[in-house]
Design a binder for this molecule. Structure first.
Ligand code: ZN
Length: 276
């Protein structure tokens, strides 16, 4: 069980060049070679050699005392910190939920000054709030109904809370946004109702970043999305935004700016990477 992890490298295979024993590393839920066309385009979950941890076969789950990591150079990222226990829970979010929330914000085209709605108050939704805040959103509406999570969302930067669902919830968002809806919707649930709500509350020309694994066959709200020019995108996160020539020489992969900067993600910090 378990498909993401943080840990210490115990030993490396003879082909591994980027890692050494003792490194503190973070691991996403999929292994990737870091060298194919899709890895170079920042889509390691579409790597031609992708394998998902905890899905059986050779790929054990991460809730183990030790784990063998195939394609280690392309899969693991060294964190430039010591094993500081106080920081570990935050760093662990980079193995999945923070990368996913950030990806939702990027696909939803969150920009400085924009209005954003986050559908879902689970771990990914809360990280989506953080990501939207980091990217400069002015209004962040969290759609959720769990008291403790809502409190966290407010700490993370949510400016409004909508706990109603269905028509009532949509109407509340429209009322909070001058009747036009939001520029960006981060759909972090995956149900048909969540997607239907996302389409309804997106303003014309807006974008939806969906990262909740869909529990529906076809995207609801296709007709309103069409007439409103709303784009719908998203899937598993782009964990490793590299560009041709960047990997494996690049030492500043996705995690370091996301983890350690409070500024919007500055891709120029990477020597050779290009923005996704
Ligand atoms: Zn690849």
């Amino acid at each position: 069980m378990g498909h993401e992890a943080i840990g210490i490298v115990e030993a490396v295979g003879s082909d591994v060049r980027m890692l050494k024993a003792g490194d503190l590393v973070v691991m996403p839920f999929a292994s990737s070679d870091g060298t194919c066309a899709f890895c170079h385009e920042g889509l390691p979950t579409a790597c031609v050699h992708v394998q998902f941890f905890g899905n059986g076969g050779d790929m054990d789950g991460a809730q183990a005392e030790a784990l063998r990591i195939p394609q280690a150079d392309g899969t693991l990222f060294v964190l430039p910190v010591g094993p500081d226990e106080a920081l570990m829970p935050s760093l662990l979010t980079l193995s999945d939920v923070m990368g996913t929330g950030h990806h939702a914000a990027i696909v939803a085209k969150v920009q400085r000054g924009h209005r954003v709605a986050v559908v879902g108050d689970g771990a990914v939704g809360l990280c989506g709030v953080l990501a939207a805040k980091r990217l400069g959103a002015e209004q962040i509406i969290i759609l959720g109904r769990h008291k403790d999570r809502i409190a966290l969302a407010k700490d993370f930067g949510a400016t409004d809370v909508v706990s109603e669902r269905g028509q009532e919830g949509k109407a509340r968002v429209m009322a909070l946004t001058g009747g036009f809806g939001v520029h960006s919707v981060l759909e972090c649930v995956g149900t048909e109702q969540a997607m239907d709500t996302a389409v309804a509350i997106a303003r014309p020309g807006g974008a939806i970043g969906r990262v909740g694994v869909p529990h529906y066959e076809s995207i609801p709200g296709s007709l309103p999305a069409f007439y409103k020019n709303v784009s719908v995108g998203g899937a598993p996160p782009r964990f490793v935004p590299t560009s041709p020539g960047c990997f494996p020489t690049c030492s500043r992969a996705a995690y370091s700016p996301a983890a350690f900067s409070t500024e919007p993600w500055d891709w120029t910090q990477c020597r050779t990477a290009t923005a996704p």
